[in-house]
Design a binder for this molecule. Structure first.
Ligand code: ADP
Ligand code: MG
Length: 341
């Protein structure tokens, strides 16, 4: 039918090389879009009375059925339909859509399957704007779907990905600067085997600590470690110290990548993990043991937990061939959509 259009939308997951728990403070991060992603294939119907969005996923039960005027995305079932509903809520598409979701991103492991789903759905439904606008829409969708006040880093990495490049992000200005990934860098993502509890509450706590610190010392991106002496509460100071030192590590890591100095980049990853463990308290014994073991493996430059923590994945930087575990990921281009015949 002339009014029906078949489309294929694809959005990559992402791995954050460094800059963890900095995005919601307007800090620095260095993620990259990866060659694992989520694909939505389906048909936009421009005619018809009811403009529902109907999706099935190969990796989740049930069907997401979302009406065009959905008002409470977080109340929908099955639970994964909330992400679809979040996108519909923000995009207000004027078409119907019937399609299928497939993914190669491990779900719930810190590689941002949720952002990949949101972006792929938004593009499939006809979103037409800049990478930044796409990321902002998907971030709002995730917030209304999950109730977690997440930052924009995941969505921006998936939207603005560049093949063979990591993305140096300033989450205050939202500037994104591609940094070439050295050819001799093998980036592995290894699941800890520990199911991540994205502890919405722990996330909220950390965010609140950072906000408290900001009211005392100003934006953490501009603060020095010495400035943090003005914070009396020990826990708040440690949380802020993680963010301040992590921002510095992002800059140093990007410089090391540009110089092709993988030994230095690896050492900075270890320092990041230590800070997440001791100052930010988002690691676990399982993640610590995995990072330890990887760091001692010949040919591994460094490793750290990636994602929010409390389980999930570790990212390791190694010589090609040194590691035979996890997903060997390459930096990939950002989300896109094509019309099918
Ligand atoms: P992460 O983004 O790190 O993978 P999240 O907890 O943020 O973990 O998001 C995982 C949730 O996103 C899943 O529980 C599910 O609701 C939804 N989701 C992601 N990808 C898919 C998919 N391909 N099919 C169905 N639901 C998905
Ligand atoms: Mg997610």
């Amino acid at each position: 039918m002339a009014s029906d259009v078949r489309v294929r939308a694809h959005a990559p997951g992402r791995v954050n090389l460094i800059g963890e728990h900095t995005d919601y403070t307007g800090g620095l991060a260095l993620p990259m879009a990866i060659d694992l992603g989520t694909t939505v294939i389906g048909t936009r119907s421009l005619s018809g009375a009811v403009h529902d969005v109907r999706l099935r996923s190969a990796d989740a039960d049930g069907e997401a059925v979302v009406g065009p005027t959905v008002s409470d995305p977080a109340g929908l079932n099955p639970a994964w339909a909330r992400y679809v509903a979040g996108v519909v809520h923000e995009l207000r598409p004027t078409i119907g859509f019937v399609g299928d979701v497939t993914t190669t991103v491990p779900i719930g492991s810190g590689l941002s399957s949720s952002a990949a789903l949101e972006l792929a759905v938004a593009l499939a439904l006809g979103f037409d704007g800049s990478a930044y606008e796409l990321a902002a829409l998907a971030q709002r969708a995730e917030q209304v779907a999950s109730g977690v006040p997440c930052g924009i880093m995941d969505q921006l990495a998936s939207a603005a990905g560049v093949a063979d490049h990591a993305l140096l992000m300033n989450l205050t200005t939202l500037a994104v600067e591609p940094v070439p990934v050295p050819e001799s860098a093998a980036i592995h993502v290894i699941h800890s085997g520990q199911h991540r509890q994205l502890a919405g509450s722990a996330y909220g706590d950390r965010r609140a600590s950072c906000e408290r610190a900001t009211t005392i010392v100003g934006p953490l991106l501009d603060a020095s470690v010495a400035d943090l002496d003005a914070i009396d509460d020990d826990e708040t100071r440690r949380r802020a110290r993680h963010v301040v030192t992590e921002n510095a590590r992002v800059r140093a890591f990007a410089a090391a990548f540009r110089a092709g100095d993988l030994a230095t980049a690896g050492a900075i990853m270890i320092a990041s993990h230590t800070s997440l463990r001791d100052d930010f308290d988002v690691s676990t014994a399982v993640l610590d043991a995995l990072v330890d073991r990887l760091a001692k493996t010949a040919g591994v430059h460094g490793a750290r937990l990636t994602g929010a923590g409390f389980g999930g994945c570790v990212v390791a930087l190694a010589e090609p061939g040194a590691l035979r575990e996890g997903w060997l990921v390459r930096a990939s281009a950002g989300a896109s959509v094509t019309t099918l015949e």
